[in-house]
Design a binder for this molecule. Structure first.
Ligand code: C2E
Ligand code: CA
Ligand code: CA
Ligand code: CA
Length: 283
């Protein structure tokens, strides 16, 4: 290796550099990708734990990249966050997901409400247009505010002041549900929950992973039991994420979780599939 006075631009790890180029390449390609319509949404059903019926769906964005194939949100959302493109991208996701939810509502066999969950990133939360954009999308589509749930990660709300909470409060007052996503990963003060305008806790996958196979760790059970009873005493609904096995589903249902999401029920997929699911369900 070169020592003092050596080439500062020496490439230490070619792989790392390749990754950096990809990151850079992806970041600069984002705006055109949005314009060209390379993003699409997969929907994953949320089911009622008591009878397995479909409660709604979470919108999960993907990027069909012309060279790299389909990229998952973990590969580009952080980049979009960093550059601010998340604001127009998030607006597109909201608009598209709400349009789809309206379609489902109008074509659902029993005409029952089908709810739609959309993820909000921290940058969107700080963006001054959040409330007006959301209201415009809802009014433009005719979807009732009560059919929309915005998911905000627990970590984005840790230490949030009133200023940051205000837009969420306004949306909640209109009837939009706010869910605390990835709950349990952010070490937030449980007492803090009371002052957040949230109506749903989404229990992170890490809590339920240990319940995939029997026997289940009794400590895991106690923790989930505690969170569910706390949530219910605060009148929050509990959704569990990442349910992959029947054993897990049964355990979590017994523990009083309200709704669930996971591969055991369905993987994220194209909108037609969920349409078929909910119709089958209503028969
Ligand atoms: P998330 O909001 O926690 O979404 C749940 C993730 O868990 C999704 O990954 C989903 O595909 C995955 N998942 C669902 N069921 C199971 C299961 O049973 N087992 C396992 N192992 N995984 C399961 P995905 O689609 O890759 O999304 C990753 C993250 O990207 C999301 O985590 C969310 O934070 C973010 N994201 C997705 N779409 C959007 C979006 O439109 N806007 C923003 N800001 N973020 C988004
Ligand atoms: Ca989510
Ligand atoms: Ca989550
Ligand atoms: Ca997560």
């Amino acid at each position: 290796a070169k020592s003092a006075g050596g080439n500062r631009y020496e490439i230490a790890d070619p792989e790392l550099d390749a990754r950096a180029i990809t990151r850079h390449g992806l970041t600069t390609a984002l705006p055109a990708a949005l314009e060209r319509g390379e993003f699409f949404i997969e929907y994953q059903p949320l089911v009622h734990m008591d009878d397995g019926s479909v409660h709604g769906a979470e919108a999960l964005v993907r990027w069909h990249h012309p060279q790299h194939g389909v990229l998952g949100p973990d590969q580009f959302i952080p980049l979009a966050e960093h550059t601010g493109l998340i604001v127009p991208l998030g607006r597109w996701v909201l608009q598209e997901a709400v349009r789809q939810a309206m379609y489902w509502q109008e074509n659902h066999a029993d005409g029952g409400p089908l709810r739609i969950n959309v993820n909000l990133s921290p940058t969107q939360l700080h963006h001054p247009g959040l409330v007006t954009d959301t209201v415009a999308v809802l009014e433009g589509s005719g979807l009732a505010p009560g059919a929309l749930c915005l998911e905000v990660t627990e970590s984005a709300l840790i230490g949030a002041d009133e200023q940051l909470l205000k837009p969420l409060r306004q949306l909640a007052d209109m009837g939009v549900d706010i869910a605390l996503d990835d709950f349990g990963t952010g070490y937030s003060n449980l007492a803090n929950l009371r002052r957040l305008p949230v109506s749903v806790l989404k229990l992170d996958r890490s809590f339920t992973q240990g319940m995939q196979h029997l026997p289940v760790d009794p400590v895991d059970v106690k923790i989930v039991e505690g969170i569910v009873s706390l949530a219910h005493s605060l009148e929050l609904a509990v959704t569990v994420e990442g349910v992959e096995t029947g054993a897990q589903a049964e355990q979590l249902r017994e523990l009083g979780c309200d709704t669930a999401q996971g591969w055991y029920y369905a993987r994220p997929g194209p909108p037609d599939r969920l349409h078929a699911l909910s119709l089958a369900d209503a028969v």
